[in-house]
Design a binder for this molecule. Structure first.
Ligand code: SF4
Length: 266
């Protein structure tokens, strides 16, 4: 699909849940996450039909996000079902890594190609502070398991306040070099204020070359992360929602007042 600015839109980021097992300070800014009811969340059958229809429209790259996708009940079955559509050339998932040691093998066997793991520091105390509840050793063990079972490449998403020169970012970069991992530095974003920048080491945030659209876990197609625009699949139907979203895709991001990170997956 080409949008009005001649950008080829072939990348779909799917939030499969708004649930998460961490409470990162820059994501869960309030005391608690306001969660959707289970019946609002897209079913596996709906997700596979969406991937099939979207691929017929030109989508060939799919990433599963959340919340935290590995807390999704039966996530391996979903990965297997999407993989078996035979429509996805590049199939990836973004995780906080806490459950990755347990899931790396079945994810690879179910057809996942590659993985991004969120890691903003290599300091256990700092990690605990930033995530409120996390154990960094589980993430390190998860990354080792992902390597062992051939999820490749493994990219590390490191959120920074301002730049990759920050001490935590430099320590994450060193860890990546020592472990043959690809670091990407993502400046902290603010949906409502419209603060975002190009991902260092990645493609995100580069509006001129943007190839992506998003699907929220309750079935809204979003042409842009930093926009209020969304098209409801359950009201419009899959094909029409995607076509309307790509047609309305803005030239560049502005602000997003309707979503929160845990139901759109960044
Ligand atoms: S802000 Fe919108 S247009 Fe820009 S890169 Fe992000 S999703 Fe694409």
């Amino acid at each position: 699909m080409l949008d009005r600015f001649n950008r080829k839109i072939n990348y779909l980021r799917i939030s499969v849940t708004d649930r998460c097992n961490l409470r990162c300070l820059y994501c869960v800014t309030g005391n608690e996450i306001k969660l959707l009811s289970k019946n609002e969340i897209l079913s596996f059958e709906e997700l596979c039909e969406i991937v099939t229809v979207a691929s017929n429209l030109g989508i060939d790259k799919v990433r599963l996000t959340g919340g935290e996708p590995l807390v999704k009940h039966d996530i391996i079955k979903l990965v297997d079902m999407i993989s078996n559509t035979g429509k996805v050339k590049d199939f990836s998932l973004t995780t906080n890594g806490i459950l990755l040691e347990e899931y790396a093998k079945p994810l690879a066997e179910a057809g996942l190609h590659r993985i991004n793991v969120s890691l903003d520091t290599v300091d256990p105390q700092k990690f605990r502070y930033l995530t409120r509840v996390g154990d960094i050793n589980k993430v390190f063990a998860g990354i080792e398991a992902a390597k062992k079972y051939g999820l490749d490449p493994i990219k590390i998403n490191c959120v920074v306040k301002e730049s990759s020169d920050e001490p935590d970012a430099l320590s994450v970069e060193k860890y990546c070099l020592q472990n043959n991992l690809k670091p990407r530095f993502i400046k902290q974003m603010n949906l409502e204020e419209g603060n975002f920048s190009i991902v260092e080491g990645g493609q995100g945030g580069n509006c001129k070359q943007c190839n992506r659209i998003r699907l929220t876990c309750n079935g809204k197609v979003k042409p842009c992360l930093f926009s209020d625009l969304e098209f409801d699949i359950r009201q419009l139907g899959i094909k029409e929602a995607f076509e309307k979203a790509v047609k309305a895709k803005p030239e560049h991001g502005s602000q997003n007042h309707v979503n929160v990170f845990n139901n759109i997956g960044g």
